[in-house]
Design a protein around this ligand. Structure first.
Ligand code: ADP
Ligand code: ADP
Ligand code: MG
Length: 652
């Protein structure tokens, strides 16, 4: 038995990943999408797609009633919830079953048992699995909690029983701060999870996060697929995950993995799930069980050669697991990096992706939820894609990760790629010295003071402008070169100005001079925002987005934004003489008319030329009275964005 049609009650990369598995199995796919996701990749990919409501998740992806309508309307025989949203909702699992469809996940009873961390810990104890020392008893009065905290010994961690996604946790270092922290934690838990109950755990310092992938079928078989290490976290949310853990020797691995299987059996668990532990030296403690597919499941797939989504579907269809514990093994090393649409500091960001070009090559897997041109909505989790690298050894996997991150180009929306690169380059990471406080310990979470814009980025921005402004076989025949020996470009970043003088050497080669540095740049190709060039013979690749008013350059993975001064804004820092004001093209365009001449005296506000850009005519006027010293462009000329259009010398 298998399914003819499956609905994914989710969005983004996980919906895309599940649809791909379905296509390989010949299962028809049904997408649901909110108003914010009308143009989204997961919607485009599915055989059928249904709108489910406004952008806020509470009115769409969390709307059980509407989802059930779509299940009935589409005739979907099974529902996969992905992760997040309703993945851990037993109520949704039941509603799916009542609608006559199969729930691709554990039985609702097992989900309920795991939904509250306190109950999950009870099950762990029954299964003989060690839990973090703490207090999760009935009496949750402030007096009792304070007394228990003293008994456990500081520092302690106050946790929301219904917590998840790294939220609802508070570490307390000193007894005098305890009561206030409990009250705040309760308030937070109530507003975030609708359940204010909290419990205590000993705060373990510098642990590793180790988790075990398990899967069970309807025929009593429960297997593990070894561990993942997810110690590199920001605010208790995973950032980098890998398999296997660099910290486990075979004996300890066997102990942890069999503990996870015992716990899953005790809970009557079926389908895929993850048992999370903290590892403190050789001691391990159960944290919680996630009754769903995990974000980081691909690293397990890479090292075990399995497809967890396909296994989930088989098990949900009642088939016996086509695996045995003895036959399962792992090979090589896999590392996943989560790509978040966020600014430095971790604030979620949205917008249109001008360019989204993930890396390619052997041992590289990209699980993506977006493509170039897509809109990233701000309403949902900011993770847009995952990069997974695979290599025979951890050392090679780290090198591959570095290379892949360098080649990852995202323009238009800020991402955490700079943070991921700082982690990948870190020596302690390379050595496998990873603990949950890794980012703080190595001060990687803080953005670097200010990244100066490398001269190469400015030159490549200029090369992109120049290469984009011609047409046809010889892009420069119709460009600004037609009349000019050289072109001058100007950009601003923060308080500094960058000036580039470009001289065409023939073909697509030019000499660029910037801040005294000189380089010969040859543009090899510039398509879909990707510029391939040589700089003094050395090949470079950059992502270049030419926008209204700015050029964004992605170089070696870092994105630099170069602003073009707007006319009639005066480049006050212009030239050797502050007297000479340069007027700069805000975007590429065509000169439709030149109304002044070199040497002419002009009044402030007098028109000099008319530029057509973005289908609009823009008069360029004199910012002050003076003599037109240069007016390099003629009617019909194409001008690159950032080009100096005129210079007016003030008169004394
Ligand atoms: P994983 O271990 O699979 O990485 P996470 O805890 O990071 O699990 O959560 C996976 C996704 O589900 C994240 O995108 C997170 O935002 C979301 N999520 C998990 N639990 C919750 C929760 N209780 N409330 C809201 N979102 C959650
Ligand atoms: P969530 O449901 O939010 O995923 P978890 O209980 O799985 O919550 O914990 C998430 C992370 O918080 C862990 O990976 C670890 O970094 C940290 N953490 C949780 N419990 C403890 C503890 N007792 N001591 C130290 N760190 C902890
Ligand atoms: Mg967890």
């Amino acid at each position: 038995m298998s399914f003819g049609k499956l609905l994914v009650a989710n969005r983004g990369e996980i919906a895309v990943r599940i649809f791909r598995a379905c296509r390989e199995l010949g299962i028809r796919t049904v997408a649901v999408y909110s108003e914010a996701d009308e143009g989204s990749m997961h919607r485009r990919m599915a055989d059928e797609a249904y709108p489910i409501g406004p952008a806020p998740a509470s009115e769409s992806y969390l709307n059980i009633e509407r989802l059930v309508e779509v299940i009935l309307e589409s005739g979907a025989e099974a529902v996969h919830p992905g992760y997040g949203f309703l993945a851990e909702s037993a109520a949704f699992a039941r509603a799916v079953r009542e609608a006559g469809a199969v729930w691709v996940g554990p039985p609702p009873e097992a989900m309920e048992a795991m939904a509250l961390k306190v109950r999950a810990k009870e099950i762990a104890r029954r299964a003989g699995v060690p839990t973090v020392p703490g207090y999760d008893g009935e009496d949750a009065s402030e007096e009792r909690l304070a007394a228990e905290a003293r008994r456990i010994g500081y520092p302690v961690l106050i946790k929301a029983s219904a917590g998840g996604g790294g939220r609802g946790m508070r570490a307390v270092a000193r007894p005098q701060d305890f009561l206030e922290a409990v009250r705040a934690a309760r308030r937070e838990a109530l507003s975030a999870f609708g359940d204010g109950s909290v419990f205590l755990e000993k705060f373990i310092e510098h642990p590793r996060h180790i988790e075990v992938q398990v899967i069970g079928d309807e025929h009593g078989k429960v297997l593990h697929l070894f561990e993942r290490e997810c110690s590199i976290q920001r605010r208790h949310q995973k950032v980098i995950e890998e398999a296997p853990s660099p910290a486990l020797e075979p004996e300890l691995r066997e102990e942890i993995c069999s503990a996870a299987v015992r716990l899953a059996r005790e809970a009557g668990y079926r389908n895929a799930g993850t048992v999370e532990f903290l590892l403190d030296g050789e001691a391990f403690y159960f944290l919680e069980m996630n009754a769903r597919l995990q974000v980081e499941h691909p690293v397990t797939e890479m090292v075990t050669g399995t497809d967890l989504v396909q296994l989930q579907l088989a098990v949900a269809a009642g088939e016996p697991l086509p695996l045995s514990q003895e036959a399962l093994s792992f090979r090589g090393h896999a590392i996943e990096a989560r790509i978040y649409a966020e600014g430095e500091g971790g604030l979620p960001a949205g917008g249109r992706l001008l360019l989204f070009a993930p890396p390619e090559g052997p041992g590289i897997r990209n699980d993506v939820g977006v493509e170039s041109g897509d809109q990233v909505p701000v309403h949902y989790d900011p993770m847009i894609s995952k990069l997974i690298v695979f290599a025979p050894t951890r050392r090679m996997a780290v090198r591959r990760l570095r290379r892949a991150l360098e080649d990852y180009t995202v323009l238009g929306v800020p991402t955490n790629l700079p943070l991921l690169r700082r982690i990948a380059e870190n020596a302690a990471f390379e050595a496998g010295e990873t603990t949950t406080d890794f980012l703080e310990r190595h001060r990687l979470a803080e953005p670097p003071v200010e990244i100066p814009v490398p001269e190469e980025a400015v030159m490549l921005a200029a090369a992109g402008e120049l290469a984009s402004c011609g047409r046809g076989d010889d892009p420069f025949a119709a460009g600004p070169w037609r009349h000019l020996g050289s072109v001058r470009l100007r950009y601003r970043t923060g308080d500094s100005w960058h000036r580039v003088e470009a001289e065409r050497l023939g073909g697509r080669r030019f000499r660029l001079v910037q801040g005294g540095e000189e380089a010969e740049v040859e543009v090899l190709a510039f398509r879909n925002g990707e510029l391939h060039a040589t700089v003094d013979g050395r090949p470079v690749r950059a992502g270049i987005a030419l926008e209204d008013g700015a050029v964004r350059v992605s170089l070696g993975g870092t994105v630099y934004e170069l602003f073009r001064p707007r006319p009639p804004e005066v480049d006050e820092a212009g030239g050797a003489a502050a007297e000479a004001a340069g007027l700069v093209a805000p975007m590429p365009g065509t000169v439709v008319k030149v109304v002044a001449e070199e040497g002419q005296r002009v009044e402030e506000g007098q028109p000099l030329l008319v530029l057509e850009a973005m289908k609009m005519e823009q008069p360029v006027t004199a910012p002050h009275a003076g003599v037109v010293r240069s007016l390099p462009y003629k009617e019909g000329d194409l001008v690159p964005g950032g080009a100096v259009l005129a210079e007016i010398e003030r008169e004394d």
